[in-house]
Design a binder for this molecule. Structure first.
Ligand SMILES: [Fe+2]
Length: 376
């Protein structure tokens, strides 16, 4: 029995007015298409339409909880062109997908910083700073994907002029520091505090065995914002442990090829193929699991909303903790047999075999005992 919690039309109608929010009304009024999907095969080629507010082209990608948590859009700047300047009372994280260019950031106090970027760059817009993006090429378009926390902010104030037109410098976030967007950072545990990553595809990572299969990991806090993001990488012939969390994790493939399984508890896993530029947004509390079937390590960037990070009393995300002790991650020892079989079949098509034995062994060393009830 699938646990998608879909009810009758009759009951759904009783809540229809509550489904509409100031954010959903604003996003519809922007005049762009809204992709309501949990999987976009290629952000590089997804279709865009003219966006009057920004002066470029764009599309919104909204998941089922976008109206309350975080949203996503893709934007393109035509060759030789720039977007309109904008300031906003919500936060934004950006990954450059294609092309090269620059961004100017400034505040009312008159501080202004301009920095350059190219495909693979990762940065965040400091809260309520003016910012303007320029395409540095006269021949090629520049395209980026962004995740914002506009939905809760727009829902709170319900005043679009206020959201985009408030004169206030949050000096604790940005105060014109000349090196603000230099690619430096302070590493604290798994967390890198930085405002600019020049090349997310090749950034050095830290070992994170807790997620399975010899993976590398790094977490970001950018522009002193409240949203978070991380990069994970896993080796050839391996896959990560299945887990679940709240909505709004936007998983963007930076390198490699493979597939992900996503499924609501009790339902059969659904399979989504990916390559560089694919995006997967696991639905609220759906289990999901990422598999590398290619000949290179697979790396992804996850833009998240803190709301998705259900944590235990120690502050550890439950998606990192075994289901055997009440977390939201399925140990390899507890996964369904077809998980391994389908992975081996997918690898075989590329002439590869699973390289999971070390990960299975390592897990056994500190695997909690099975609780009295089944965890499968
Ligand atoms: Fe996840």
């Amino acid at each position: 029995m699938a646990e998608t919690a879909i009810v009758s039309e009759e009951l759904a109608k009783k809540f229809a007015t509550e489904k509409d929010t100031p954010y959903t009304r604003w996003v519809r009024a922007e005049g762009l298409d809204i992709i309501g999907a949990h999987y976009v095969p290629s952000l590089h080629t997804v279709e865009l339409k003219p966006w009057a507010r920004r002066g470029g082209k764009g599309v919104f990608i909204n998941h089922e909880a976008s109206r309350t948590s975080n949203d996503c859009y893709v934007c393109e700047i035509a060759p030789g062109q720039k977007l309109a300047p904008q300031r906003q009372l919500f936060e934004e994280m950006i990954l450059v997908l294609d092309g090269r260019g620059s961004t100017s950031v400034w505040n009312d106090a008159g501080s202004r910083i301009t920095f350059e970027w190219k495909a693979g760059a990762l940065f965040a817009i400091p809260l309520n700073t003016y910012h303007q993006h320029f395409n540095g090429s006269g021949r090629e378009p520049a395209r980026y994907v962004a995740v914002t926390n506009a939905p809760p902010v727009i829902n709170l104030y319900e005043d679009i002029d206020f959201i985009f037109g408030t004169k206030h410098d949050f000096r604790g976030r940005f105060n014109g520091e000349p090196d603000y967007f230099s690619a430096k950072g302070e590493q604290k545990g798994l967390l890198l505090q930085t405002n600019f990553v020049a090349d997310a595809v090749n950034l050095s990572l830290i070992s994170a065995k807790e997620r399975g299969a010899g993976g590398g990991h790094i977490r970001f806090n950018m522009a002193k914002g409240s949203m978070n993001s991380h990069i994970s990488q896993f080796p050839v012939g391996t896959y990560k442990k299945a887990h679940c969390h709240g909505p709004g994790a936007h998983v963007i493939i930076l390198s490699g090829e493979g597939y992900s399984l996503m499924w609501p508890e009790g339902d059969a896993p659904r399979r989504y193929e990916w390559q560089v530029g694919s995006m997967i947004v696991p639905p609220n509390m759906w289990l999901h699991q990422h598999f590398n079937t290619g000949t290179t390590p697979a790396r992804y960037l996850a833009f998240k909303h803190e709301g998705v990070s259900i944590r235990n009393a120690q502050g550890v995300p439950k998606a990192w903790i075994s289901r055997r002790i009440g977390g939201d991650q399925i140990d390899y020892a507890d996964e369904a047999p077809e998980i391994r079989r389908t992975f081996a079949e997918a690898l075989a098509r590329n002439g590869l075999t699973p390289k999971m034995e070390a990960a299975y062994e390592a897990e056994l060393a500190d695997l909690p005992p099975l609780p009295a009830r089944s965890v499968a």
